[in-house]
Design a binder for this molecule. Structure first.
Ligand code: ZN
Length: 138
């Protein structure tokens, strides 16, 4: 589903190391980089494995399921374009496969968010060019 936002939004940086992540998000899939040498999944995307410092990286589809590791409720956004969205939940999600990622928790009133609650990925088609990975209660 494409939501037409009526406000200017910051665009994700076009960085080659993260391109597979963004392309997968557009297909509503969540991919994580995995090191072929030590087999560790990691996030954020980068050109070198943070565990063994090798650059033999491939991409693996993950479930999108995890738990809310930590969160804060934003009442005063740094970017004024998000003023009408407050309050919203800025979340750190512990994916079942291991990596943690920062995103938004949606479909949940901020007062109902709890640490360790099960969550699953949802895909917000911000424009026809890019999609954001967010999470909702599972
Ligand atoms: Zn490695």
């Amino acid at each position: 589903m494409t939501v037409e936002y009526k406000k200017p939004l910051p665009n994700p940086a076009h960085w080659p190391a993260s391109q597979p992540f963004w392309e997968a998000a557009k297909r509503h899939e969540l991919l994580m980089p995995r090191c072929r040498r030590c087999n560790k999944l990691f996030f954020y995307p980068r050109e070198v494995c943070p565990t063994c410092l090798q650059s033999d990286i491939e991409w693996q589809k993950v479930s999108g399921n995890g738990r809310l590791h930590s969160f804060t409720v934003i009442h005063q956004p740094v970017n004024p374009n998000f003023t009408e969205d407050v309050p919203y939940v800025y979340a750190m999600v512990q994916l079942d496969e291991g990596p943690r990622m920062i995103s938004n928790l949606v479909g949940c009133a901020p007062g109902n968010a709890t640490v360790d609650m099960p969550v699953t990925a949802v895909f917000d088609d911000v424009t026809s060019d890019w999609t954001l990975v967010k999470f909702r209660p599972a």
